[in-house]
Every structure is written in C-alpha cells, then in structure tokens.
Write a protein that binds this ligand. Sequence first.
Ligand SMILES: [Zn+2]
Length: 262
Amino acid sequence: MKFDYVSKRTLLTVCLAFGITLFMFAFAGNRQSDMTAVFSSPADSKVIVIDPGHGGFDSGAVSPSGIREDELNLKVALKLEKYLSEHNATVILTRETNESLASRKSEDMRKRVQIIRDSNPDIVVSIHMNKFPQSQYFGAQTFYMEGSEEGKRLAQCIQTKLLENLIEGNKRQIKAASNLLILKAGSAPAVIVECGFLSNPREESLLITDEYQDKAAWSIFCGILEYFANEETFYWDRIQTPYTNLADKPLNSINCYNYQKV
Ligand SMILES: [Zn+2]
C-alpha cells in the first residue's frame, strides 16, 4: 500500500510540473506575441552615426595606468550600436576596429566628416573619455554645437541619463562648443559624449569594466530615445531591455536609471 501512496504522489507531482510548464510556455508565448504586436520605438528607422573617437596611432587620452581612450570609446560605441539596432535604427560607425581611418590625424578626421555627410543621419554621437592634469575631476559630460537648438536638446536628453545612471556626485551640465570638427561635420544635431575622466582613478576603475561601459551605452541610448520620442507624441507599450520591465508606461515616465540588470 505504501507503494501505491508513493506512486500517486509521484504522479500528482509529475502532473503538476507538467501543468506549470504548459502554463509557462503559454504565458511566454503570449508575452512574445504581445511584444511583437505592439512594440515600436522612437528610434525606429532613424539613421544614427556613432563615432568612436581616436583609434590606431591616435590613442586619445591615456590614463596614468596606461588605459587607452580609443579602445574604451569603441567598446561603448559597439554596445550603443547594439541597443539602437535592436530598436531598428540604422547605425553607421565611423570605425568598427581599433584601427584609425588614416595614418594622419587630419586625414582621419576628414574621413569621419565624409562618413557623416554621406550618411545623411538624423543625429551624430561621438564617444570619448576625458582627462585632466588634476585627478580629482570626474563625471560624464555632453557637448553640442554652439547655436544648435536641436543639438542642445539631444545633449540635454543624454546628459540627464548620464547623471542619473553613472558615477554619483557628478554635477556636470551640457556645454556648447564651437571648435570641434565632428559637431559641425554635417547638418544633423551632433553631440560629443565624454563618458568620464581617465585621470580620476575611481572613475577609471569603473570605465574599464564591461558593466560600466554598458551603463554608459545604455544611458546614451535612453537619452537618444527620449530625444526622438519628444519630436512627436509617442506612446510606448513595451521596451525590450536587459533592465527592469518598463512595460505599459508612457515614454516620458520611463526612468531608464531605475534598473537592475537581469
Ligand atoms: Zn577623445
């Protein structure tokens, strides 16, 4: 009789497990179709040039411990490309490897400008890391072309997310610049994002990690989405994100910073 008891119990357990599995499959399938059906992104069909600064012979800033800016720029840029591509944006990178575009700086910059002009993009985002003689300065900062209202708005959208998501205590605000070639390369709104200071040991230790690079890319991505979303009234049902579920919220109420990676 004991055998019978065990067998019934086992059978019940198996049935229950099977039922739960079926339910989960049905639920997952339903969610998937919901997502496909309603998902739409402000970045959909936008053309975006991402410019990972420096490369090759031109390391950009080098930290006291020898970390090269150009390599970090590319890592953040590739992560940003991934997020934007997932939202059906057309992304053009000025470089996809750690090589420069030419053997001389002037020619390298000329080629970047040409890529921007040929792409006729909606926006241009150049990725950099900062450095200063004094090590206490830290924090990400976004620059835009002086006099460009749309560039300023894009910079503000991105800076807001950088301040929310990255290193605590950063008080930096967006800044206009008039002498940076990438910002005036084309007619599209353009920004230079300085993701942090390699001369600050604490920030450097963050910038070299995959997680912090991902947060930087994610912040820029969220800023770009807000920029495009505010061009028109946009309601967003679902966002596919590695972070918390941001479903069923109007875009303007989405706080990309309030995340936990899953
Ligand atoms: Zn740089």
